[in-house]
Design a protein around this ligand. Structure first.
Ligand SMILES: Nc1nc2c(c(=O)[nH]1)N[C@H]1C(S)=C(S)[C@@H](COP(=O)(O)O)O[C@H]1N2
Ligand SMILES: [Mo]
Length: 579
């Protein structure tokens, strides 16, 4: 029974996902703008030399090729076997059936909605799951995440599917054909790559991560999957890369640690693991650009149009940065002198060979209660390439931008990191400051994040079929280790507020609360909501009694950072006549 429920759960998540997913996809025109901005940024910020990244051209060319091609390269190889497919009759689930018709992957990808019929693939098989999805009206469906493509990457997240005969019993009768031989062969061939493309060796990604930019890769998971898990599964953890993912050869990898007036040390990963005590900690990472798309509703902003899911939560294993700094002789405050910042460098390089970098205040780094980690492990697995293999900074309570991935250097200095991202990005300004008047020196680099919350379910635009109450779920998180003490939800645009239950919250201590809180509430709908649109709002309160601003307008900023006004979601309460 549990297995069947599991299947049904996986068969949840409404088709709304797909509509939002395509609605959220950056239009080509906008991609152009982003690419041009990138090119311009690189031409103005490094040396003044006009420089157009070859990736700009490659990126645009790729953007223009059919989605099918992109789809092909992003999906995992569902055929599995290394050898060429034989195309003999194979009666096992998902096996090639010589008596069934063939469909190209492009054809499969056109079947994502009830109207077009909903198709998925499993191994070599093509299945029409339209009726299956429909026969479970109680829950909308996670299987729709796989609509028009392979189901394997989604099944991989639910243990219940692993070689489960019950699952195949449900699936096999829905078999309508095979993936075309041509596509099956193509799926097995290793990815061809352009040697001039700095992004040629990017890792594979989970198809549920909807990219807001693919080169560099930036993507957030569907919000409804985010709140399904207190600990975000690694493959769904949002990714924010400014540059191509570096390829790290562990034979040559060392971490350099030192600083002005200090002795320089270098450690291999094994030496770090041997020398220092291992620590485990659950911490949320949020990009300072999270919810930029909400702020953009006030006025346009240059930058990735992040939704509400540029935030994720994981358990990290590593060593305390404070232990390493103590090893350098910095534990004694007397000895610190003019040293004020700890700078980090990554192995990812911009076109001028300058590394990504960031820094944090030395007080945070030295404080054992600051819990800054150099981490090699995420949820019990070595860091994936996207998340910083082999080592990254986890500076909990601080914005993502300072949590440098692919860490190569830790440097203690009187100055902040000289990197572009510390100096000329990730800073806030007053609403009147525009790109003609902005002076990045006038604003401090963001470190701690203000209090944040968002509604993950229902989604904006959802149709709700209960006129009495609405079930609202979301996350809340604050920077600086401040705990979430309350989340309030309104179903009338903020006139009246209802308490929520904090269903999953950390217990990490005063000003040391690094992990998010998930909350849920059944909120009564206003009288006579039937057939009308309702505005849901959420706001959180942290342990410093800070709360979220009502609107973005008075603090809109040109970089679209720290966007934390009340999150508003509009739903339509179904009228009986709609049926
Ligand atoms: N070396 C390096 N570190 C980096 C970045 C980067 O582009 N290069 N991006 C930063 C930003 S802006 C964020 S929000 C976080 C995102 O971490 P994630 O991709 O593991 O979610 O990584 C930070 N660390
Ligand atoms: Mo970020």
């Amino acid at each position: 029974m549990a297995a069947v429920r599991g299947v049904v759960t996986c068969v949840r998540v409404s088709a709304a996902f797909y509509s939002t997913r395509s609605a959220g996809r950056t239009p080509l025109s906008q991609k152009w703008t982003v690419l041009q901005q990138n090119a311009r940024r690189f031409s103005t910020n490094q040396s003044g030399r006009a420089y157009i990244w070859p990736a700009t051209a490659v990126g645009v060319a790729c953007g223009l090729t059919a989605g099918a091609a992109l789809y092909l390269t992003r999906r995992k190889n569902p055929v599995g076997a290394k050898s060429a497919p034989t195309f003999e009759h194979d009666p096992t689930p998902g096996g090639f059936r010589t008596n069934l018709p063939e469909f190209s992957l492009q054809e499969v990808s056109r079947h994502k909605t009830k109207a077009d019929r909903i198709w998925i693939t499993y191994k070599s098989g093509v299945y029409d799951i339209t009726e299956f999805v429909e026969s479970h009206p109680g829950g909308s469906s996670k299987i729709l995440l796989a609509a028009g493509g392979a189901v394997e990457p989604f099944w991989a997240m639910y243990a219940v599917h692993k070689d489960n005969p019950e699952v195949f019993e449900l699936l096999e009768p829905l078999r309508i054909g095979n993936i075309s031989r041509k596509d099956l062969i193509e799926m097995q061939r290793t990815k061809k790559s352009d040697p001039n493309d700095p992004f040629a060796s990017e890792p594979g990604r989970h198809p549920a991560l909807a990219p807001s930019s693919s080169k560099p890769f930036n993507a957030e998971p569907p919000a409804e999957l985010l709140v399904d898990n207190y600990i975000t599964p690694n493959e769904l953890f949002f990714v924010r890369n400014h540059l191509p993912v570096p390829q790290v050869d562990m034979k040559n990898y060392v971490l350099t640690v030192g600083g002005e007036g200090l002795k320089k040390h270098s450690f291999t990963l094994d030496e770090l693991k041997e020398k220092f005590k291992h620590r485990k900690m659950v911490a949320t990472i949020q990009c300072a650009g999270n919810r930029r798309s909400n702020m953009m509703e006030v006025k346009k902003i240059k930058g990735l149009s992040w939704g509400i899911a540029a935030i994720s939560n994981a358990e990290w294993t590593g060593v305390f940065l404070s232990d390493i700094l103590a090893h350098l002789g910095l534990a004694d405050p007397e000895k610190r002198g003019e040293l004020k910042h700890v700078q980090f460098e990554g192995l990812d390089l911009d076109p001028e060979k300058a590394p990504y970098g960031g820094s944090i205040p030395i007080e945070k780094a030295l404080d054992p209660s600051g819990d800054v980690l150099l981490a090699w492990d995420m949820n019990g697995e070595p860091l994936s390439r996207d998340h910083g293999f082999p080592l990254r900074v986890i500076a909990p309570g601080i914005i993502g931008a300072r949590q440098v991935k692919w860490l190569s250097k830790v440097w203690v200095s009187p100055d902040e990191s000289p990197s572009h991202w510390q100096q000329n990005d990730y800073k806030g300004f007053a609403p009147q400051v525009d790109w003609d008047t902005v002076d990045f020196k006038k604003s401090p680099a963001i470190q701690e994040y203000p209090v944040q919350s968002a509604i993950c379910e229902p989604k904006d635009g959802a149709v709700w079929d209960n006129e009495e109450e609405v079930t609202v779920r979301g996350y809340a998180y604050s920077g600086g280790g401040r705990e979430i003490i309350r989340v309030d939800v309104s179903a009338d645009g903020g006139k009246t507020w209802h308490p929520t239950e904090l269903v999953a919250k950390p217990n990490q201590g005063y000003n040391r609360t690094w992990a998010w809180t998930l909350w849920e509430a059944d909120v009564p709908l206003p009288k006579d909501s039937k057939g009308k649109e309702v505005e849901l709002c959420a706001k959180a309160v942290d342990s410093a009694y800070n709360t979220q601003p009502e609107s973005f307008k008075p603090y809109w900023n040109l970089r679209g950072v720290v966007a934390n006004a009340w999150h508003r979601v509009h739903i339509k309460v179904e009228d009986d006549e709609d049926n």
